[in-house]
Write a new protein. Structure first.
Length: 433
């Protein structure tokens, strides 16, 4: 497998615009397939996960043209999907599998959706159970693992409260609710990202309720749209992190998605002393978009727990990796969800950072990474366990280490951002190692 050598030092400087947000790209593509007419999506994410969604939709009979970040989806309406000739392959994308399961639950045919070795090990019970409550017949491997065989149709509305906050589970239930008899309600004690609700309204779905309870009315006429995907905040944080690690650095990121259910991470950066600023904010297709600037500064450190976790779940690996560069360290609790991502992210982070000399205490629901007083990081050979966010987080930490760090299996970053290393090289003015 490919490796990547990260040399420390230098500065991050420049102005960049990153590829589209993964979460939003998935949802736009799925809803465009269910809409009537041809939608055009600009700045569609370059992530392998989002290509997996497009391939699954093609397998369901949807015509899709994709070129240089611009995707055209020939929607066929709510009842236009066709029975796939073979199993749909979500590859490494949990988002694809969970959200499409909601759509497939509404179809009057049988379909199977599977994934790669990593995805087939990830629990799917949280999405299987509510869809079964709605009337879908779902068979799974070993109780709650993919492949999932789904026989849908004839769904009934439910009033559902996910036992664990999950935007993907909420999305699956809302997508199934498009096909249900009656109004489907999803309740949340902790607000998760609301990209699905925003996108459903943009395409013409009938929804009501507010934070805490979202209701979707069945059988709307969804209409094709022209859409622009904001740049991915969850990717932007790695470059913000690099700026904070390397003295003398400064960076501007254009057209970043600033959805209030996602932007808590910027508040956290500010709370630990990072001078992150937002400008030129505008609304685009129901999503807030703006420019984000940051410069290097001394970091205080802090604790992440409770409702913060659901709002920053994808950013936690990077925040943990910043621990050795803070005064007080970074401590994370209530993040058991990290154990069942593409890897056990708590264990992978603890292992990688310890190999680089960090002092890390691991908890069942999180970890504590000691601050600067524990000593400077040193270069090492680290294994991200095939997890894109772990690879990027450890790469950022390596920028501030003494000596080179080798990231094994570095191409796993392609799941979310294939251009990560080339973009980092460009901002540092360095050549590819």
């Amino acid at each position: 497998m490919g490796k990547r050598v990260i040399s420390p030092g230098g500065t991050v400087e420049g102005v960049i615009e990153l590829p589209g947000d993964k979460s939003i790209s998935h949802r736009y593509a799925i809803l465009a397939a269910l809409a009537e007419g041809t939608s055009e999506i600009s700045n569609y994410a370059s992530a392998a996960d989002c290509r997996s969604t497009l391939e699954c939709l093609r397998g369901l009979g949807i015509g899709i043209e994709s070129k240089e970040g611009r995707v055209r989806v020939a929607g066929k309406g709510l009842d236009g999907l066709r029975e796939p000739q073979r199993a749909l392959d979500a590859e490494n994308s949990g988002s694809t599998m969970r959200m499409l399961a909601g759509v497939l639950a509404g179809q009057r045919f049988t379909s199977t959706i599977t994934g790669d070795d990593s995805l087939r090990k990830r629990p799917m019970r949280r999405v299987i159970e509510p869809l079964r409550q709605m009337g879908a017949e779902i068979r799974s491997h070993e109780g709650d693992r993919a492949p999932l065989e789904i026989r849908g149709g004839g769904l009934r509305a439910i009033d559902y409260t996910p036992p664990t906050p999950s935007a993907q589970v909420k999305s699956a239930v809302l997508f199934a609710g498009l096909y249900a008899h009656g109004v489907t309600t999803v309740r949340e004690g902790v607000n998760t990202r609301d990209h699905t609700e925003v996108a459903l309204r943009e395409f013409g779905a009938v929804m009501d309720g507010g934070r805490g309870a979202i209701r979707i009315h069945p059988r709307p006429k969804l209409t094709a749209r022209q859409l622009v995907v904001p740049s991915d905040l969850s990717t932007a944080v790695f470059f913000i992190g690099a700026t904070l690690v390397l003295p003398g650095s400064s960076l501007m990121l254009h057209n970043v998605g600033l959805n209030p259910t996602r932007a808590r991470v910027l508040d956290f950066f500010n709370s630990i002393g990072a001078p992150v600023r937002v400008a030129t904010v505008q609304m685009r297709n129901g999503e807030l978009v703006g420019d984000v600037s940051v410069r290097h500064a001394a970091l205080e450190g802090g604790t992440i727990s409770g409702s913060q976790v659901a709002e920053m779940i994808d950013e936690l690996p990077l925040l943990a990796a910043l621990g050795p560069f803070t005064e007080k360290g970074i401590e994370i609790h209530d993040a058991q969800e990290l154990r069942v991502k593409e890897s056990d992210r708590i264990a992978a982070l603890a292992e990688g950072l310890r190999q680089m000399g960090a002092r890390v205490e691991e908890f069942p629901d999180g970890l504590r990474v000691e601050g600067r007083s524990a000593g400077k990081l040193r270069g090492a050979k680290v294994d991200p366990r095939g997890d894109h966010r772990i690879a990027m987080a450890l790469s950022v930490a390596a920028l501030g280490a003494e000596g080179d760090t080798t990231i094994r299996d570095a191409e796993c970053v392609g799941v979310s951002f294939p251009e990560f290393y080339s973009t980092l090289d460009k901002l540092r003015g360095s050549e590819k190692k």
